[in-house]
Design a protein around this ligand. Structure first.
Ligand code: CDP
Ligand code: CDP
Length: 226
């Protein structure tokens, strides 16, 4: 079994999940989308009408929620307490509220524990915001994936158009900037590049080119490890 542990962090729309899925499959390690975990809690809080600043209720929910990932050919399905929420956690409503929920210390503690448990059992490629700094500070590979905010907003815009969702490019750009600022300035495990992370700027790079570069970095770390 491949025991490599890869931390892939960076801002919204950098290409983390697209790249992570493919590279994890090629390496034969589990893919853990930690953003989906924070989205799942946010989705459940919205469903239950829990106030997004009600720290006690969010804390309790984060410690009892059951989140499962099931890899499928084209995507990774996400389940909350047995119910499939793969699409439900990607709505604008969840996206615009997830930063507030993920800033709650108790929520982060619960998720970091789950993430470390997974990584203690298997090789992983984990994508998120604090993987290289907090979740897996001893990861074999740390990558900070980024791109200009214009490129990231354009990618999200295209993604929405492809899904047939009408949206405004400037609005998407403003939402991304606001979420990045919130994630980077929160008190508990803010989004920040680990000092020892390799920076890969994907502005103007094709998905295939990014996958090739990340895979090469991981393969070289794997060769050193064995
Ligand atoms: O896919 P996108 O970049 O839009 O976001 P995501 O990776 O699904 O993450 C959604 C949100 O979850 C982020 O904006 C952060 O607020 C939070 N998050 C976090 O705090 N820590 C992580 N390790 C991953 C995500
Ligand atoms: O997970 P994260 O928010 O970092 O980004 P993503 O959801 O993987 O990628 C956002 C969008 O950008 C997706 O629609 C990708 O297909 C697209 N993308 C791209 O056009 N070029 C890249 N080099 C990487 C991603």
């Amino acid at each position: 079994m491949n025991t490599l542990r890869v931390a892939l962090d960076g801002p919204a729309g950098a290409g983390k999940s697209t790249v992570a899925k493919r590279v994890a499959a090629a390496l034969g390690v589990a893919y853990v989308d930690t953003g989906a975990m924070y989205r799942a809690i946010t989705w459940k809080a919205l469903q239950k009408g829990i106030g997004l600043h009600d720290e006690a209720a969010l804390n309790e929910m984060a410690h009892t929620i059951h989140i499962d990932f099931k890899p499928q050919p084209e995507r990774q399905a996400v389940f909350v307490d047995g119910q499939e929420v793969t699409d439900a956690i990607r709505t604008f409503e969840v996206t615009n509220n997830v930063s507030a929920v993920s800033a709650v210390a108790g929520v982060r503690d619960a998720m970091v524990k789950l993430q470390r448990d997974i990584a203690s059992r298997t090789g992983v490629l984990m994508d998120g915001r604090d993987i290289g700094t907090v979740v897996l500070p001893n990861a074999d590979v740390k990558i900070w994936l980024t791109a200009s905010v214009e490129a990231r907003a354009m990618r999200r815009y295209q993604e929405m158009l492809n899904k047939g969702v009408e949206c405004d490019l400037e609005q998407i750009k403003a939402d991304i900037q606001r979420r990045d600022e919130y994630d980077a300035s929160r008190e508990h495990s803010p989004m920040v590049k680990a000092e020892d992370a390799r920076v890969v700027d994907t502005t103007g790079m094709s998905i295939e080119a990014v996958i090739g570069e990340i895979q090469a970095i991981c393969r070289s770390a794997q060769a050193q490890k064995s």
